[in-house]
Design a protein around this ligand. Structure first.
Ligand code: IMP
Length: 425
C-alpha cells in the first residue's frame, strides 16, 4: 500500500481535504506534515459539514489513525476545540486515534499577537497572513527558542520555558511593535491545563509511521496550503513559513525516503489565492465573480479559515507544470470542474510574454503578460455525472488539455462538494 502524498498544486484551497477523505477510506494512517491552523479543510457528509484546521481529514473514518507530524506548528487551544467539536458531532477522537509528534512545535497567543503586529508594521506591503501565528512559531523553531509538545510532559520545566518565552515575546511586542503585552500568568495557567489534556496524545510519531510502512499499510501524508505557498519554491515573500512540497512529507513526518510513493497533486479547475502577492492570471471581470460565487453556497470561493473572498483567475499552466515537475507528481485530482459550467469559453495560461529574466521562466520572475490558449466552454451541469464518458466533449477536452500540458494523468475529477461527486478515471 505504501506512502501516498497529497499536496495542493496551487496556492492552497484546491480541495485536498476531500481527496484525502476519499483515499482515506482504506488507509491505516493519515498524517499532516506541515503548517498549522492556517489550513482549513471542509468535508461534507450529507447534511454534516466538518471544518478541520488541524486534525487530519482521515479522522472521519473510525479505523484510521491520525498523526500530527513534527513539521507542524500546533495551537493547543484550537486543537482542543476542534477535538471537542468533532466529539460533539459523534466522531470518535481519543489518544488511541489521534497522535501528536513529541517534537511538533506549539503556537501560543504570543505568536498570534506577533503575527498581527508584524503585519500591521508591513502596512501596504503586508503578506495577508491568516493571523494564526504561523510565521512567529516557525521563526522560533529556526531560532531554536520554540516550545515543543514534549516540553508539556515535564510541567515544572514547561512552566519555566513558557514563562521565559512569553517574557521575550512581551518585550518584542511592547518595545518593537508598540503592542499590548500578554497576561503571562493567565497564558501559563491556560497552557498548563493543555499539558494535562494533551499528555496522552504525545507520541513518537515517526515510529508509528515507520511501523505502518514496514507492515505495508497505507499511509496518507496530507499536505496543507499549496506548493506555490512553499517557503523556498513559492511566491516569496507572499508564502507561508513552511515547505508545502512533496519532499517535505518525509521530513515533516520524520521518516526516511520511501522505496515507493504515490504523489497526487490537487488542482482546482481555475486559479485562486487568498492574501497578497503575484497572480499573473488574476481576473477582475464578470468571470471572476461567476467563478467565485456570491458566498451563499458553502463551496463558494471564500476562505475556510478567514472567510476572506479569494482572488480568482484562469488556470496557470506555467506554474502548474513547474509544480508537477518539482514535486514529481504522478497523478492529478482536478477539483471544481462543475463550476466552469456556463462559461462560453475557458482560458488556460500556457506561457508568459516578455519575461524580465529568461533564466527563471516561472514564479521567481515577474512575468508581464500571460499568454492564453482558449478552449470552448460547456453549458451542461456536471454535478450529477459520475462517469467520464458522460462528461460533455468540451469538458473532456479541457481535462485532456491539462493532462497533455502537464504530462501526467488526471485520475479524479470532482464535480460537486459532496463526498460522492467524483469521477474516477
Ligand atoms: P500564513 O501561513 O498565515 O503566514 O499566511 C501566509 C500566506 O499563505 C497568506 O497569503 C495566506 O493567505 C496563505 N495561506 C496560508 N494557509 C493557507 C491555506 O491553507 N490556504 C490558502 N492560503 C493559505
Amino acid at each position: 500500500m505504501g506512502l501516498w502524498i497529497i499536496l495542493g498544486a496551487q496556492w492552497g484551497d484546491e480541495g485536498k481535504g476531500r481527496i484525502v477523505d476519499m483515499l482515506a477510506e482504506d488507509a491505516d494512517v493519515v498524517a499532516r506534515f506541515s503548517g498549522g491552523d492556517n489550513a482549513g479543510h471542509t468535508i461534507r457528509l450529507g447534511e454534516d459539514v466538518y471544518k478541520l484546521h488541524l486534525v487530519p481529514s482521515g479522522i472521519i473514518y473510525p479505523g484510521t489513525t491520525c498523526v500530527m507530524g513534527n513539521g507542524m506548528v500546533i495551537n493547543p487551544a484550537v486543537l482542543k476545540q476542534e477535538i471537542e467539536e468533532l466529539q460533539a458531532a459523534g466522531v470518535h477522537v481519543s489518544p488511541e486515534r489521534l497522535k501528536i509528534s513529541h517534537v511538533a512545535h506549539m503556537i501560543t497567543p504570543a505568536h498570534r499577537a506577533l503575527d498581527g503586529a508584524q503585519e500591521r508594521l508591513r502596512g501596504d506591503k503586508k503578506i495577508g497572513t491568516t493571523g494564526r501565528g504561523i510565521s512567529p512559531a516557525y521563526g522560533e523553531k529556526i531560532k531554536r527558542t520554540g516550545l515543543r509538545f514534549i516540553d508539556m510532559l515535564d510541567k515544572d520545566a514547561f512552566k519555566q520555558k513558557l514563562t521565559r518565552n512569553l517574557e521575550n515575546a512581551n518585550r518584542e511586542l511592547t518595545q518593537l511593535y508598540n503592542a499590548e503585552a500578554l497576561d503571562i500568568p493567565a497564558v501559563v495557567s491556560e497552557y498548563l491545563g493543555y499539558a494535562d489534556y494533551f499528555a496522552p496524545f504525545i507520541v513518537d510519531a515517526s515510529g508509528i509511521i515507520m511501523d505502518a510502512l514496514a507492515a505495508d499499510r497505507k499511509v496518507i501524508a496530507e499536505g496543507a496550503q499549496g506548493a506555490l505557498l512553499d517557503i523556498d519554491h513559492g511566491s516569496y515573500p507572499y508564502v507561508t513559513s513552511s515547505s508545502c512540497q512533496a519532499a517535505n512529507a518525509v521530513l515533516g513526518l520524520g521518516i526516511g525516503l520511501p522505496d515507493e510513493v504515490n504523489i497526487i497533486g490537487a488542482v482546482k479547475a481555475f486559479q485562486t489565492r487568498v492574501g497578497e502577492g503575484f497572480f499573473p492570471t488574476e481576473l477582475f471581470d464578470k468571470n471572476a465573480a461567476f467563478l467565485r460565487g456570491d458566498g451563499t453556497k458553502q463551496w463558494d470561493e471564500f476562505g475556510t479559515t478567514t472567510g476572506r473572498a479569494r482572488r480568482i483567475g484562469w488556470l496557470d499552466g506555467v506554474l502548474l507544470k513547474r509544480v508537477v515537475q518539482t514535486n514529481n507528481i504522478n497523478a492529478l485530482v482536478l477539483t471544481k470542474l462543475d463550476v466552469l459550467s456556463g462559461l462560453p469559453e475557458i482560458k488556460v495560461c500556457t506561457s508568459y510574454d516578455a519575461l524580465e529574466d529568461e533564466r527563471f521562466p516561472w514564479i521567481s520572475a515577474e512575468p508581464s503578460q500571460p499568454h492564453y490558449e482558449t478552449l470552448p466552454g460547456w453549458q451542461e451541469d456536471l454535478m450529477t455525472l459520475r462517469r467520464w464518458e458522460d462528461l460533455p466533449q468540451a469538458a473532456q477536452d479541457y481535462v485532456i488539455f491539462i493532462e497533455e500540458m502537464c504530462g501526467v494523468p488526471v485520475r479524479w475529477i470532482s464535480v460537486g462538494p459532496e463526498r460522492n461527486q467524483f469521477i474516477v478515471r
